[in-house]
Design a protein around this ligand. Structure first.
Ligand SMILES: [Zn+2]
Length: 337
């Protein structure tokens, strides 16, 4: 081994080191050139183009979106349903596909249209509450709270048809028009008929004619004798009009209405019928020999309801006819005979 290195050798080594440096420098230059030109190209492209997502549905191009995540989020929400819009869910069979691409800067973002197209490609199921009368859907409301509130209000108002009113949750592809709570309550509310069943001895007597608001017909045909008129007697108060007629003579309903009593009276009327004509007006037919209608039955004016008899506190065949307004007896002869 040499004890020294020749000077030429040193130069040789130095030269080769230099050439390596030159080589590195030129490589660096090249890399730098590549980077700069890449930046330039991207710069030029990004002046005219932008990265965006092309959206396809069923293989068909439906638009570009700059915000894929937001769009997909909305679609997912739609599929889950939106409480405030009464959309239960949207049955979307095919989901859109996204592919990243460069489009010209002035290309329109059509996220909204894409959303509508995807939504319309599915079936929308709406959710709402139907207010039912018997088995019929009468009105629609948006929330369960509204439906319950309507039922509660009708209960508080003691609506006569409360047993027939309910609500039910409905899912349907058809959108329904909603009705205001107050409107529904007003439309469904049914006043309870004011029945006065009592044939009791406590009663009030009207001293003057009260308008009935309905026209009455004679329950037994004219030509029969009036044997006792309305008013005070030595025996007490006569609360009706007595019309004598042969046993079995037909008794007709003085006006249409609902039979609220039909049976035996313990207070002297014998077999009797009370018909309620609405607005608190009732007619009573006493001392009958036969009854042809039953409680709860609706009868029309002139319907054959009973036969003349002499049952109860009676001394001969006659009809005892009473007219009551909200429980107050009025003189039948203000209206008939
Ligand atoms: Zn009488």
């Amino acid at each position: 081994m040499n004890r020294f290195i020749k000077i030429e050798e040193v130069f040789k080594i130095l030269k080769s080191i230099k050439s390596v440096f030159v080589h590195i420098r030129s490589s660096l230059k090249l890399i730098l050139m590549v980077i700069i030109s890449a930046i330039l190209i991207i710069g030029i492209i990004s002046v005219f183009y932008k990265p965006t997502y092309a959206v396809t549905l069923n293989g068909e191009f439906i638009g570009y979106t700059n915000d894929k995540n937001e769009l997909q989020k909305r679609i997912n929400e739609q599929m889950k349903g939106i409480e405030t819009e009464n959309i239960a869910f949207v049955d979307i069979q095919v989901l859109p596909e996204y592919s990243l691409c460069f489009v010209k800067r002035d290309s329109v973002d059509s996220t909204e249209e894409i959303f509508e197209k995807v939504k319309n490609s599915g079936t929308t199921y709406y959710k709402y509450y139907a207010i039912m009368l018997k088995d019929e859907e009468k009105y629609y409301v948006s929330t369960k709270e509204e439906a319950e509130s309507i039922i509660d209000t009708l209960k508080e108002k003691n609506s006569n048809n409360i047993k027939d009113i309910s609500y039910t949750l409905i899912y349907d592809t058809a959108e329904k028009e909603f009705t205001e709570q107050d409107t529904i309550v007003t439309a469904l509310y049914e006043k309870k008929p004011t029945y006065t069943y009592s044939a009791s001895s406590s009663y009030t007597i009207a001293s003057a004619k009260i308008e009935l608001g309905i026209d009455l017909i004679k329950p037994v045909q004219s030509g029969y004798t009036i044997t006792s008129r309305f008013g005070s007697r030595s025996s007490g108060m006569h609360t009706g009009l007595d019309i004598a007629a042969p046993n079995g003579t037909p008794i007709y309903a003085a006006a249409s209405g609902t039979v609220v009593a039909s049976g035996w009276s313990n207070t002297g009327y014998g077999y009797y019928i009370i018909i309620s004509h609405g607005n608190g007006v009732q007619t009573l037919y006493g001392h009958c020999s036969a009854l042809y209608v039953t409680e709860g039955q609706y009868v029309t004016q002139g319907e054959h309801i009973a036969a003349v008899g002499t049952t109860g506190n009676s001394t001969g065949y006659h009809l005892h006819l009473e007219i009551r307004i909200n429980g107050t007896r009025v003189n039948p002869q203000y209206y008939l005979y």
